[in-house]
Design a protein around this ligand. Structure first.
Ligand SMILES: [Zn+2]
Length: 813
């Protein structure tokens, strides 16, 4: 299927303006197919030819101004239209296929109770899989939607829904929306309603999660209300889309999707087991991110996908900021340093790095490839820098002007820059050129009492940084704000003897930070005493980056972990560091058999034993420890009553223990089946898939692999679980044949699945622990051939960059 190009989109915008869509769906025609009728009222400025987008199972009829058009003209999802100037009415009736990969109209059956649920995901190219439409962001229109659904179902969407007779639903007319925002969520959902500041709020989840949604409702509604208050004050425009529904839906690919008035979330965000506080904090930020989009993205929408970054960077920045300022979750910027920035810094140093802005998406599909750590994390960090550069008053005044000027329409980065200039910003073009139109991070290094700024080799740039230099010594903690505007910036201090001099100690900019020799020497003895968790996050970000560059040795990294982990007070930091240790440090950078594993495990065990019993910190330490435990008897004990005191062995802790046992070959299929009897939920079923794939047996690996590369009937979550359970560093011999098979079999997966699922599967299924020159040669020769399409190529190329890095670290060791 061709993806719409920017030139095609421009031509259609020149020709058409859309007045309205009347959508009518029938969801009562079985579990494979639904009926779709779209009536589009639009006008053409002149005579011309164009096409409407529709990707049906069966195109039943098309009427243009009451005259039939031959459906056999449909080719590659496009039906040509020859139009005269004036008003038109196009009616498209089709049978459409339900999907099971989270794109289009996803339908799933909950194994806990056999109830069925559907939701529409129209992002990027998926809307024509549900309705006939002119599918591009800058052809906005109002929607009047009707749905026929099985009786007993609830239907929600972008405007308030009314059940006018049993099973027959009518939604109010929506405000003007881009096609990729249109959605419905339908099924026997469990719903809870509240009101905040005159806005009707709804939250929804499957029946099998009902009691967990009830338990989490107060927290979700509280955070939602806090965000509305904060955004109303910051943006100066009231929430513009009527009711605000948040639906936690099955098998959702992303964290969430910002459909106006009806946000869809992955339903793991309804917690059915105890979770560390960092997880609750993270959910709050997902909620806030989608709420920021209601203004920035939904009310004012990018003209084309090349400004997608702007939506994401802005929503990301706002979510962290509002979470920190307006809620009880105080760890937002701690998580940003440990998790999001690390993700972004890796992305910004791969060969696929790109400028934050102007990624130049020639078509919608290629925009997806840049939906990465740069668009989210780097973009947010850069907006944080801009805020520091402009000051908050100018920053927010510019945003308000932008939202007011372009409400219900489309805008570009240039429009936003104009709004900031009108609000008083100076020299913004030079700033934007330096930060938004360049790629790669500067390196900031302390040498002889000065801070040296070095842009990436081959990518010259002159970026201003505003950051805090933090001096930590026995005489106290001192901060100085530094404006780094030249290549060498004198520092006000040398490090205190035996102390630390932390560049960007508040984690405010975007750079590779390198410490001076005195600080590096003092770090092992001082790290545990650094009291600000954001500073610790900034220190770790720099350390992990230096380890990846083979500038800090693996044994030093392990020493630092052993010093830091037993004293780390933020559960999100424990989780992030443990995850890095058990996947990257041990597994990719060095063999799993090394003594490093036991040392890191001992430090996590120390954290577990000294954390308050029953705390999120204790749980985070336990979850981080599990992949490093190779003693089956100990692990079995956790399941049978001798878990560490205070740990509650509920479903989401029992399954990781069982997965680790499976990886070690210490459970049978019967053990997995019996755990599934204990937890017969949708989530349990996915855990069981992962467990079976982890078993170190030829037949288990064979079944799993055939599922990943050959079975298009599996759901997206089943495929991901197979990939996650497949590769382990200690199963190298058994898995050796699959290194070749990955490169041979992968191209066929592009025909099995679509969009994000293809890219995600390629990434998760990569043989990440087969760190050898042979794997690299296989990868390079595959990438140079023609078998990999664009969706696969980017995923594989990124993993190959990681492989090169691991090889370099191993060579240096
Ligand atoms: Zn977003």
């Amino acid at each position: 299927m061709p993806s719409l190009t920017v030139d095609e989109a421009r031509a259609r915008t020149d020709l058409l303006s859309i007045a309205s869509y009347d959508v009518d769906l029938d969801l009562t025609r079985g579990d494979k197919v639904f009926r779709s009728r779209s009536e589009i009222a639009f006008r053409t400025a002149r005579d011309g030819e164009t096409f409407v987008d529709v990707r049906p199972l069966d195109l039943l009829s098309v009427l243009l101004n009451d005259q039939p058009i031959d459906p056999s003209g449909l080719s590659d999802g496009r039906l040509p239209l020859r139009l005269t100037a004036g008003e038109h009415r196009l009616v498209i009736e089709a049978d459409m296929a339900y999907s099971h990969d989270g794109e289009g109209m996803h339908r799933s059956v909950d194994p806990a109770d056999d109830l069925s649920y559907v939701y529409a995901m129209t992002f990027l190219d998926a809307a024509p899989r549900i309705i006939g439409c002119f599918d591009q962001p800058d052809l906005k229109a109002v929607y009047r939607t009707r749905v026929t659904a099985p009786t007993g179902w609830t239907v929600i969407g972008n405007a308030r829904a009314h059940e006018e007779e049993p099973g027959r639903w009518r939604l109010d007319e929506s405000p003007p929306l881009s096609t990729y925002f249109w959605t419905i969520v339908a099924g026997p959902y469990h719903s809870i309603s509240r009101e905040h500041d005159g806005i009707r709020l709804g939250i929804h989840a499957t029946q099998s999660l009902a009691k967990h949604l009830d338990a989490d409702a107060d927290e979700i509604f509280t955070v939602t209300g806090q965000s509305f208050d904060a955004y109303h004050e910051m943006f100066g425009i009231r929430y513009p889309f009527g009711d605000y529904n948040q639906a936690f839906v099955p098998e959702f690919n992303a964290g969430a999707m910002e459909n106006p008035g009806c946000v869809t979330f992955r339903d793991e965000l309804v917690f059915r087991s105890r979770v560390p506080k960092g997880q609750r904090s993270w959910r709050s930020r997902v909620i806030m991110h989608e709420m920021a989009h209601q203004w920035f993205g939904d009310l004012v929408t990018m003209r084309w996908w090349d400004d997608l970054w702007l939506n994401e960077s802005f929503a990301e920045y706002m979510a962290y900021r509002v979470c920190d300022e307006a809620t009880d979750f105080t760890d937002a910027w701690v998580e940003f340093a440990h998790v999001r920035k690390h993700w972004g810094m890796l992305a910004d140093q791969r060969s696929s790095t790109h400028p934050v802005a102007g990624n130049g998406a020639v078509d919608a599909e290629s925009a997806l490839a840049d939906f990465d750590g740069i668009s989210y994390a780097k973009g947010a960090a850069v907006l944080k820098q801009l805020n520091a550069y402009l000051g908050d008053d100018v920053f927010l005044e510019g945003v308000r002007r932008h939202l007011t000027t372009h409400a219900y329409g489309n805008a570009t980065l240039a429009d936003l820059l104009e709004a900031w200039k009108a609000a008083g910003a100076h020299e913004l073009d030079a700033w934007a050129d330096a930060w938004l139109r360049t790629s790669g991070p500067d390196t900031l290094t302390i040498v002889d009492g000065a801070l040296h700024r070095t842009p990436p080799l081959d990518r010259p740039a002159s970026r201003p940084h505003r950051l805090t230099l933090r001096r930590i010594g026995s005489d106290g903690v001192f901060d100085a704000v530094l404006d780094v505007t030249s290549d060498v910036t004198p520092l006000p201090w040398r490090p205190a003897p035996g102390g630390l001099l932390v560049t960007d100690g508040q984690d405010e900019t975007w750079a590779k930070i390198r410490y001076d020799a005195d600080t590096l020497t003092a770090l092992p003895s001082r790290l545990a005493e650094v009291s600000d968790p954001v500073t610790r996050g900034a220190l770790w970000l720099a350390v992990r980056d230096a380890v990846a560059d083979a500038e800090i040795s693996l044994s030093t990294a392990v020493d630092l972990l052993c010093v830091a982990l037993p004293h780390e007070t933020e559960d999100i930091a424990v989780s992030a560091l443990a995850n890095w240790a058990s996947t990257v440090l041990i597994g990719q950078f060095t063999e799993v058999t090394s003594e490093h594993r036991e040392r890191v495990a001992a430090s996590l065990r120390a954290r577990l034993d000294t954390a308050p019993q029953g705390s999120g910190l204790q749980l985070a330490a336990a979850l981080g420890l599990l992949p490093l435990l190779h003693d089956p008897d100990l692990l079995r004990g956790w399941l049978t009553g001798s878990a560490p005191v205070g740990l509650v062995m509920d479903a989401e802790l029992r399954w990781p223990v069982l997965t680790q046992l499976a990886r070690l070959g210490a459970v049978t299929d019967r053990d997995i089946a019996s755990e599934l009897t204990r937890d017969p939920s949708a989530q349990g079923a996915i855990h069981a898939v992962r467990c079976r794939a982890a078993l170190p047996r030829e037949e288990s690996k064979d079944v799993a692999w055939r599922g990943v590369v050959g079975d298009g009937s599996l759901s997206n979550y089943e495929v991901y679980a197979l990939c996650e359970g497949f590769w382990w560093p200690d199963q190298a011999e058994l898995l050796a044949p699959y290194v070749d098979r990955y490169f041979d079999d992968l191209p066929a997966t592009a025909a099995l699945r679509s969009g994000i699922v293809v890219a995600q599967t390629a990434s998760l299924a990569f043989p990440k622990y087969a760190v050898s020159h042979r794997t690299l040669e296989l990868a390079e020769s595959s990438l140079s051939g023609a078998a990999f399409g664009p969706a696969l190529r980017r995923s594989v190329a990124d993993r190959v960059d990681d492989l090169r890095q691991a090889l370099a670290v191993r060579a240096a060791a």
